[in-house]
Design a protein around this ligand. Structure first.
Ligand code: BG6
Length: 457
């Protein structure tokens, strides 16, 4: 990696940023129809990026970014999952063209928690192989339209969360066992869809690169008790390696296979699909990292049923980590060391270049006299960037960093009180106001940090 090649970016995602939820031919997406608790912002306006995109790209230029990680709204490009809405493609084209004009490399994600609701109504979304075909078709359309303009693509954002959060993918069941089966089938189908997209890209634009984005799970054992150590290893395998092994190598870790069989959760994967899964490799892995977890060996008679599905496997139990500093929106604690460990773990296992596609600190920021003094966020970002520098100086190929998020967005589940942006968006959950943009202290700090560059020593 040449020293000047490091990508300094920032991240957003379509449904959390754009708004304009039915404008210019966009269809309903899964995230537009989910039930949002009252008092929590929905996708209709979000941060109104659809009408502020020019101003937002100007801010990127002033910041000194050389990459922008964002996502396409599948339902804007293919409102019914079948036909193409050219206005949707053109919306992204103007963003991509403007970014390129400013020397900002676009890094789009094809699926970031959102698909046309029509695919859920028609096929049960990711549960069906028909959706795999629909995704491949959508990917091919995007690859052809943006050939030579987009050098790097992301296939799917955070399979772990996307497959487990029923409200994000639109498939609901009351039966907890069925929910578990669905989750593992969805993970498998997503992995197959990703491989189809990887092969399609190499056919359409062979110079371009493609990779998944993983919500990395860095799990500490609660003690040196060997059973706690095993629980931590199992947790990382169940929530991270099982997904990435499939995305990268087209296989499952043995213990995970045995777990799926024992529980009756083994997804249906045909012989042809197993060969497909082994037939393509990503060019890089994107890392999303916010905080680590700590686990212990499960105590007897625990009720796991209320936990998120990927914590329900009964091989580990999530516990508090007293060593980490917590905050209102980061109850699991903040830990830059976890990012460093994640870089090492992923590189040692997969030997692929890595980019940090999300990392950020949530806070209920306060706007005072037209300013946001978010020193807490500066400290968080600075500490994490230092860890990336350490990894790079030791020889790990990390080629970029994109904090979440460029500007405030609706959080995946918690509306507008939970803010991550470098730029404040003036709205609340209840009152959309004008969504005016106000640069926070962290924005100016990040601009100066980018100018300093990466210290490779
Ligand atoms: C990641 C997602 O899981 O974390 C983003 O890719 C999300 O879409 C981010 O917004 C932060 O999570 P949350 O739930 O605080 O918005």
């Amino acid at each position: 990696m040449l020293k000047n090649e490091f990508l300094w970016g920032a991240s957003t995602s379509a449904f959390q940023a754009e708004g304009a939820y039915l404008e210019d031919g966009k269809g309903l997406g899964t995230v537009d129809v989910r039930k949002v608790p009252s008092g929590i912002a929905d996708t209709k306006i979000a941060s109104d990026h659809y009408h502020h995109w020019e101003e937002d790209i100007e801010s990127m230029r002033e910041l000194g970014l050389n990459t922008y990680r964002f996502s396409f709204s599948w339902s804007r490009i293919m409102p019914d999952g079948k036909t193409v809405n050219e206005k949707g493609l053109k919306f992204y084209e103007q963003i991509i063209d403007r970014c390129l004009e400013y020397g900002i490399e676009p890094l789009p994600t094809l699926y970031h928690f959102e698909m046309p609701q029509a695919l859920v109504d028609r096929y049960q979304g990711w549960l069906s192989e028909k959706t795999i075909d629909a995704y491949e078709k959508y990917a091919r359309i995007c690859f052809k339209w943006f050939k030579k303009k987009v050098k790097r693509w992301v296939t799917i954002n955070e399979q772990l969360i996307a497959g487990a959060a029923a409200d994000l993918h639109g498939i609901h069941t009351q039966d907890p066992e069925q929910a578990m089966k669905n989750m593992y089938q969805i993970y498998a189908n997503m992995a197959i869809a990703e491989k189809k997209a990887m092969l399609a890209l190499k056919e359409i634009d062979p110079q371009a690169e493609i990779g998944p984005v993983c919500a990395i799970q860095i799990v500490y054992p609660n003690s040196s008790d060997p059973f706690d150590v095993l629980a931590a290893m199992d947790a990382e395998e169940m929530m991270m390696y099982s997904l990435l092994d499939l995305s990268v190598n087209g296989s499952y870790p043995p213990r995970f296979t045995s777990y799926l069989k024992k529980k009756g959760y083994m997804p249906q994967i045909s012989k042809e699909d197993w060969s497909l899964l082994r037939s393509a490799k990503p060019d890089f892995i994107g890392i999303n990292y916010y905080f680590p977890l700590a686990v212990c060996h499960p105590q007897p008679n625990q009720d796991f049923s209320k936990l998120p599905p990927f914590w329900r496997c009964e091989l580990f139990q999530v516990v508090d980590n007293p060593h980490l500093q917590k905050s209102e929106w980061m109850p699991n604690g903040m830990d830059p060391e976890g990012l460093y460990l994640g870089i090492r773990k992923l590189y040692d296992r997969y030997h692929l270049p890595l980019i940090i596609t999300e990392n950020g600190m949530a806070y209920s920021d306060i706007l005072e006299d037209g300013k946001v003094h978010d020193l807490y966020r500066i400290e968080y970002l600075d500490a994490h960037i230092r860890k990336i520098e350490q990894a790079i100086s030791e020889g790990y190929p990390v080629f970029g960093y994109c904090p979440w998020s460029l500007f405030d967005l609706i959080s995946s589940h918690q509306g507008f009180k939970k803010r991550y942006g470098l730029i404040y968006v003036d709205r609340t959950d209840e009152d959309t106001k004008t969504c005016a943009r106000i640069k926070k202290d962290s924005y100016y700090w990040y601009r100066d940090r980018i100018r300093k560059g990466i210290n490779h020593d």
